[in-house]
Design a protein around this ligand. Structure first.
Ligand code: ARG
Length: 599
């Protein structure tokens, strides 16, 4: 159905047309002076230029036309030529009733659903999930849900990092520690052990140790020590040998995946993030050789300092876009190689209309190169959208990338624990949570809302400051605030139902300023969702939820819902808060969290 803004714009446009003006001047926006009116149209100002008339004359004509229109309780012209509008109670009530009856509360699904692959999460096996991956998971999950809400066929792919240098580093470190393992014995032809020679926590220690070892510098310089240079060389070679299917290394690699993947799944589960497919960088392998041959045959690749590269610069570039490195001089595949070959796979398997990458914005150059090369080589069709949704860094209060108290990289689990603890402590003050409530479960729901809303309420591309206190606060612009108001509505509704049974309540025209504000805010639902969808912008949903929760809160404080003596009026209240609750729940669902029954 039409949004409230386009519905009103339609009425005003018609008035412009009936007065002999171009209807396009009838565009209406939400008032930027809510003290004066609810909506405004500034079209008379623009029309004045075209029709060589004074703007207020045009505004007066339009307003005169609107006097009989029962959509408005007020339509007035204000000098020099603004048109100020207030909706009538019956109109807003009618609009909300239509919304309530419509599927998706009036958000129209795509007539021609698109196939959309969303590449998000992107954890690297054998490395613990850290907060850098948190943003990708949270934002990507929401983008997936929003696109699905609008009727598309969406495939979320975790795109595991399992093919890079980290693998070579782990292999070499392990070799140093346990050189006698059969995996390192070239002449070994028997079966490798079923059990891995390490545990998950060993791995979590092995990788950082190996990475540190490969980066050690001579004192006071940035030059690698001889041992580091040598170790790093070995790790690169091991990576190549793994890619070339060295038997022992492959077996180790399988052990690593077998330990890592269930652990990653557990963590994503906790976060309420789920993927439709668990493909990995290594799944691109079968496509690499043919793809490289094809790129070469097309004359797009050439050798440069031993590496195979593709020029992707365009004459209109404002800054230098360096060539994409397709393979290294030793022939090993790199990050761009697997990303291109993954697109080959995606094109064959899903034939997507769109591929959206939710990745740290510092990788923008990489994706610019990959997208250009994919187009040049015909890996994707010319009409396929390739979208890079780059997100900013999550910083600590000091404005620097978020760290643990000890200064290390913050692990996702630790972060969740910290928020959970903060929420749990607050919950002990709540008199609403009874003995029977599962306090831990409720606190985890609140913690998720705090974390996700705290992240998603910022425009994704911006860096933001992670502030546990603010995020987990029950008032102010926070996830728990949205939950708190939803829970309050649930409580009223169940009390009402307990006293009155399940009677059907109908929406009524609002009878107070606060009630009207709640109606108007609810009516902006479709505008907000359309905007979030069109711009891949979950923060628009957060904005809507905050406005709606605040409008409900103000309404709640202005009336006595459960003791209202007029039953018809009371039913109107109940219907309105019930709709409010369902809109809040729909918005939260799209952001990836939900409200408990009590808190
Ligand atoms: N594993 C990568 C990282 O940790 C992110 C992967 C993003 N997706 C992609 N198709 N490159 O940086």
């Amino acid at each position: 159905m039409k949004t409230i803004l386009s519905t009103i714009s339609g009425i005003i446009s018609k008035a412009f047309e009936e007065c002999g003006y171009d209807p396009s001047f009838g565009k209406v926006s939400v008032s930027n002076r809510p003290d004066l009116c609810e909506y405004q149209c500034n079209g008379a100002m623009a029309a004045a230029k075209q029709y060589h008339k004074a703007p207020f004359m045009i505004a007066d004509e339009i307003v005169a036309k609107l006097q009989e229109n029962d959509a408005f309780s007020k339509a007035e012209s204000v000098k020099p030529g603004f048109i100020n509008l207030d909706l009538s109670g019956s109109f807003i009530c009618g609009f909300l009733s239509d919304m309530e009856k419509a599927e998706n509360f009036g958000c129209e699904k795509e007539e021609e659903p698109q196939t959309i692959v969303i590449d998000y999460g992107g954890p690297n096996v054998a490395k613990p999930l850290h907060i850098g991956h948190l943003r990708s998971a949270i934002i990507g999950e929401s983008i997936k849900r929003i696109n699905r809400f609008f009727g598309n066929n969406v495939i979320g792919d975790v795109h595991l990092g399992d093919w890079g240098l980290q693998m070579g580093l782990i292999i070499e470190e392990l070799k140093d520690r346990k050189p006698d393992l059969p995996y390192f014995d070239e002449s070994f032809t028997g079966e490798y052990p079923k059990e891995p020679p390490f545990t998950l926590s060993d791995l979590e220690e092995i990788y950082p140790a190996a990475s540190k070892k490969a980066k050690a510098c001579k004192e006071g310089t940035k030059e690698l020590t001889e041992e580091a240079a040598e170790f790093s060389k070995r790790a690169h070679l091991a990576t190549l040998m793994l890619q070339q299917e060295n038997r022992g290394y492959q077996a180790l690699w399988h052990h690593i995946l077998d330990l890592s993947i269930p652990d990653l799944k557990k963590n994503y589960d906790k976060l309420g993030v789920s993927f439709d497919i668990w493909k990995a960088e290594s799944d691109a392998k079968p496509f690499i050789a043919d793809m490289i041959k094809d790129i070469k045959d097309k004359g797009l690749a050439y050798e440069s300092q031993g590496a195979l590269v593709v020029d992707v610069a365009e004459s209109s570039d404002q800054k230098e876009i360096p060539p994409l490195i397709l393979t290294k001089s030793d022939g090993s595949a790199l990050y761009p190689t697997t990303d291109l070959a993954t697109l080959v796979d995606r094109e064959r398997t899903y034939h997507p209309d769109k591929v959206i990458y939710v990745v740290d914005k510092r990788q923008e150059m990489h994706f610019t190169q990959v997208f250009r090369a994919a187009r040049m080589a015909g890996i994707v069709r010319p009409e396929t959208y390739l979208t890079f949704l780059g997100f900013g860094t999550m910083n600590g209060k000091d404005g620097k990338p978020f760290k643990t108290r000890a200064g290390g990289v913050m692990r996702l689990e630790t972060l969740i624990d910290e928020i959970y603890t903060s929420v749990f402590e607050k919950s002990l003050e709540s008199e609403h949570l009874g003995e029977n409530d599962d306090r831990e479960k409720v606190c985890m729901m609140i913690a998720m809302a705090a974390l996700k809303y705290g992240d998603l309420s910022n425009q994704a591309s911006k860096d933001y400051i992670f502030d546990i206190e603010r995020f987990s606060s029950f008032d102010g612009n926070s996830g728990p605030y949205i939950l708190y108001n939803t829970v309050r509505i649930k409580t009223i509704l169940s009390k009402y139902a307990a006293e009155n049974g399940n009677i059907e309540c109908r929406l009524m025209p609002p009878s107070s300023k606060e009630e009207k504000q709640l109606c108007l805010t609810a009516a902006s639902f479709i505008d907000a969702m359309n905007d979030a969808y069109a711009n891949l912008a979950p923060h628009r949903i957060c904005g809507f939820l905050y406005d709606l929760a605040s409008a409900f809160n103000a309404f709640y404080n202005s009336v006595k819902i459960l003791t209202e003596p007029d039953p018809e009026k009371q039913q109107g209240y109940i219907a309105l808060i019930d709709l409010t609750k369902r809109l809040l729940e729909t918005g939260m669902q799209l952001l990836g969290f939900a409200a408990p029954e009590r808190m």
